[in-house]
Design a binder for this molecule. Structure first.
Ligand SMILES: [Zn+2]
Ligand SMILES: [Zn+2]
Length: 852
């Protein structure tokens, strides 16, 4: 075994740290270890084993969690690539690839010292030397804590705080006074790997329920089991065939009793909650009375009614061609990328599932990535039908523990079809043959916190490292992917028709400026849309109305002084939420009362302007009092279950109208919807963001695609204030190519992606002067160092100048050479370190999607 190992620790460091491998330990590259870091114990991943002694004395690894690596060679390589490409600290990358949260439990214990005992003694005898001037209440708390500790070996921080009410600051002070010692005892729990279950031994050895009484120490539950025997129909203890009956002490009895009551089986975690020492269970096992077994954990299944994926997969020719193409490339066992461009309703999902099925039949594995909430329930039902127990579904609604359970199942090879959101790209499958990224343009694939990776691009790299095939599917591919296909980096497969030749919906564009002129008032819902909804209600068909803004009114304005009501943490207007009777900031969650007077001038003329989805729902109730209306946005959908319930109701025909934000636009295949109204989807066109046109085009195309997926042709009423805008025009004509050509020309002129690599560097601080000083220093360095082939814009105040209490200044870097861009960013981070700017205050966002 080599003497040293390099460990990636989840802290904002760009390097790995060298530790000594403990005597007799069996660490492997990719294993998880616990290491001392400053005064903490931290989990990390071994990246290399070697015999090169570091310059400073190396600390020793505290614990090696596994001798088989948690991260395969392929995933380690992927993690290093992410760290390099996105300039993300390598330990933080590995952390987000592994389910460490559930398995690593943070804990701190305290112990009293000699000095502490002395202080307590002095205080008790009244001769307090240090009991004096300062806050007497704090001192009482300190002595209470000392008292508590004096009676015990060591106490967990949580227990100590709840028992004595002591605050962390006081505890820290006591450590400084050396009255107490603190130790980080964070550790790994094995609860999630498999569920360990204790089972009463079969083979005729139920325990004699006999207790050597009196040993109950008064804590916990008293031993009840004496009377239980008869109820549980155990053999009487004095039957001749029962051999010498083992005696049980009260603790052992407690466990046997609990097991018997639960029908002979309980998970070990539950037994640990009984107030008995851990050794008791071990003793029972030793005595052959109880057996411990590992049991697979029953995972929750989706509750959406399966739509019945075509069993024989009766494909049309385009679907057949797409599937054949994917299968042929998979069989070559080489990296290949495919852009699958299929209009909404063209049956892409069936192609995905069929491709995955053939991969599994060949004994290999496949991953299907889906965007956040929008797609999962419907797809979940299908994949359960197709793959049964071989599927693992990973979505954002899972707890850390559930996530870890899936992770172990996948690693054991029990699940070979993985379906999940962003981080499922890291699923620890082996023998990977195929990764599919559905709706590859979706912005939820981009992680907006460290490490800021894009799961679609990571999927492409993972496929490369595994000699696998990656399929990027979309009705509205991102410009980047379409560009790559045009450049023949990906094979382009088109599915231009809907299944069964159903027509794309007819789109009617309503110019809302004209509507205003003709009706004389500002309308939220046009006369045409009302008429069309009325028609659907009469015909018992369903309609969806999109307004991509939640809340009741997005702006509250004083008509006297003109001030907008803003969040106190962000430079953002607060949104009025009527049913919750409060104002909310959609960026940081700040809440305030609904104002009666202007906070600045005291005027009563406070106006609520604009419309959000909550108000739209209210308006629709007014127009159509008989209709059954539901709303789908982040205010009404708190969980996956909420989401599934609304979709099920719509599917079952229990709803007439569904109102919502972009959540309603994504991938639901509801056959009864024949009308889609778009009330507000073009707001983004007014924003200073070069992707605004692309996003608007995609959203309009996606939501229009919800209409007419059944027998009856669909219709779309698209209300807009920008009827001439090319994003609106091309979406109305279902003309992706037209939009793509025009948008590419614009990107090319402006040196934006895909013609240029782009990074956003954000400098932030809660103090404005720090933000200015730091961004100024970085700006001067950029100017002085003049990097050939990299354009630097800024420093400039970010479009949202203040967010979550931080002042924000940013730079935008563009370069035709990704390598040059990367080099400059790296040098910039080194410079920032020299300037003593904390790493967490400089955010580097490579391929940023959001420049606000
Ligand atoms: Zn005012
Ligand atoms: Zn805010």
């Amino acid at each position: 075994m080599p003497e040293f190992c390099d460990v990636a620790v989840p802290v904002p460091l760009h390097t790995v740290l060298t530790y000594r491998v403990p005597e007799g330990a069996n660490a492997a590259v990719g294993s998880r270890v616990i290491v001392p870091f400053r005064r903490q114990r931290l989990p990390g991943v071994v990246t290399e084993l070697h015999d090169r002694a570091p310059k400073v004395t190396a600390k020793t690894v505290l614990e090696v969690l596994e001798d088989t690596p948690a991260l395969s060679e392929e995933l380690l390589r992927l993690g290093k690539w992410i760290s390099d490409y996105y300039l993300a600290p390598v330990g933080e990358v590995f952390r987000s690839m592994l389910p460490l949260n559930a398995e690593f439990r943070r804990a701190t214990v305290y112990r009293i010292t000699e000095e502490g005992h002395t202080a307590l003694h002095l205080a008790g005898s009244g001769g307090s030397s240090s009991r004096s001037k300062k806050n007497p209440e704090d001192q009482d708390t300190e002595y209470r804590a000392l008292n508590h500790l004096a009676m015990r070996d060591e106490v967990r921080e949580g227990t100590l705080r709840s028992a004595t009410g002591i605050a962390p600051a006081l505890l820290a002070g006591m450590v400084r006074k050396k009255w107490i010692e603190r130790e980080d005892v964070s550790h790994v729990t094995d609860a999630t790997r498999t569920r360990q279950v204790a089972v009463l031994c079969s083979g005729g050895c139920p325990p004699p329920l006999e207790v050597d009484g009196g040993s109950w120490d008064g804590r916990g539950r008293p031993p009840l089991h004496v009377n239980v025997a008869a109820d549980l129909q155990f053999r009487p203890t004095n039957t001749p065939e029962s051999p010498a009956e083992p005696k049980l002490n009260s603790n052992q009895g407690l466990i046997m009793d609990a097991l018997a009551t639960a029908g002979g089986k309980l998970d070990v975690q539950t037994l640990r909650e009984l107030d008995v020492p851990r050794s008791t269970l071990a003793t029972l096992v030793k005595r052959g009375l109880v057996e411990l077994i590992d049991e697979a954990i029953e995972l929750p299944k989706s509750t959406v009614n399966p739509r019945g994926i075509p069993a024989g997969m009766e494909f049309n020719s385009a679907q057949r061609a797409a599937l054949d193409r994917i299968r042929a490339l998979v069989d070559e066992r080489k990296f290949a990328g495919i852009l699958l461009h299929g209009v909404t309703g063209s049956g892409k999902t069936a192609v995905y599932l069929a491709a995955m099925k053939s991969v599994l039949d060949a004994g290999r594995t496949a991953i299907l990535l889906v965007p956040e909430i929008g797609l999962t329930p419907a797809v979940a039902a299908d994949v359960h039908d197709v793959f049964g127990n071989e599927v693992a579904i990973l979505h954002s609604g899972l707890s850390d523990k559930e996530r870890a359970e899936h992770w172990h199942r996948i690693r054991r090879g029990e699940a070979r079809a993985i379906v999940g959101t962003r981080s499922a790209v890291f699923a620890p499958v082996s023998n990977l043959a195929l990764i599919i990224v559905d709706e590859e343009q979706d912005s939820s694939y981009k992680q907006e916190e460290t490490p800021r990776y894009h799961a679609r691009d990571v999927a492409v790299m993972r496929a490369k490292f595994s000699d696998a095939v990656v399929v990027l599917g979309s009705a509205t591919p991102s410009l980047e992917s379409y560009f790559n296909a045009k450049k023949h980096r990906y094979a382009l497969v088109e599915m231009p028709d809907r299944v069964e030749k159903r027509p794309l919906p007819e789109v009617k564009v309503i110019d809302m400026r004209q509507e205003f002129q003709e009706t004389g008032t500002e309308q939220v819902i046009s006369r045409k849309l009302i008429e069309e909804i009325q028609l659907r209600l009469q015909r018992n068909e369903q309609a969806m109305v999109l307004l991509n803004r939640r809340g009741y009114s997005p702006v509250v304005l004083c008509r006297t002084c003109g001030k907008k009501l803003e969040c106190s943490n962000c430079a953002i207007a607060l949104t009025h939420h009527k049913s919750r009777r409060r104002m909310e900031c959609h960026y940081c969650g700040f809440m305030a009362r609904v104002p009666k007077h202007c906070a600045s001038c005291g005027s009563e003329y406070v106006y609520f302007l604009g419309t959000g989805s909550e108000k739209l729902e209210e308006l629709l109730h007014g127009f159509f009092p008989q209709a059954r209306i539901a709303r789908l946005d982040r205010d009404t959908v708190r969980s996956h279950a909420d989401f599934e319930r609304v979709l099920n109701a719509l599917n079952a025909g229990e709803l007439d109208l569904l109102v919502g934000t972009q959540m309603i636009a994504k991938g639901h295949d509801i056959h009864g919807v024949t009308l889609v109204g778009v009330v507000g989807a073009d707001m983004a066109l007014g924003l200073p963001d070069f992707r605004a046109a692309e996003r608007t085009f995609q959203l309009l195309t996606q939501v229009a695609g919800r209409a007419g997926r059944g027998e009856i042709p669909g219709k779309v009423v698209l209300q807009t204030y920008f009827p001439e805008h090319y994003a609106v025009q091309y979406a109305a004509q279902h003309d992706f190519t037209g939009f793509y050509e025009k948008e590419l020309r614009f990107r090319s002129w402006m040196h934006y992606p895909p013609y240029s690599s782009l990074a956003n560097v954000m400098v932030r601080s809660a103090k404005l002067d720090e933000t200015l000083r730091w961004s100024g220093a970085i700006g001067r360095w950029f100017e002085k160092s003049r990097h050939e082939g990299v354009r630097v814009l800024g420093p400039a105040a970010a479009p949202i100048e203040r967010l979550k209490r931080d002042y924000r200044y940013h730079f935008i870097l563009k370069s035709p050479s990704r390598q040059k861009l990367n080099t400059v960013l790296r040098a910039m981070l080194t410079q920032a370190e020299k300037e003593k700017i904390p790493r967490t205050n400089v955010i580097v966002d490579v391929d940023a999607l959001w420049l606000m």
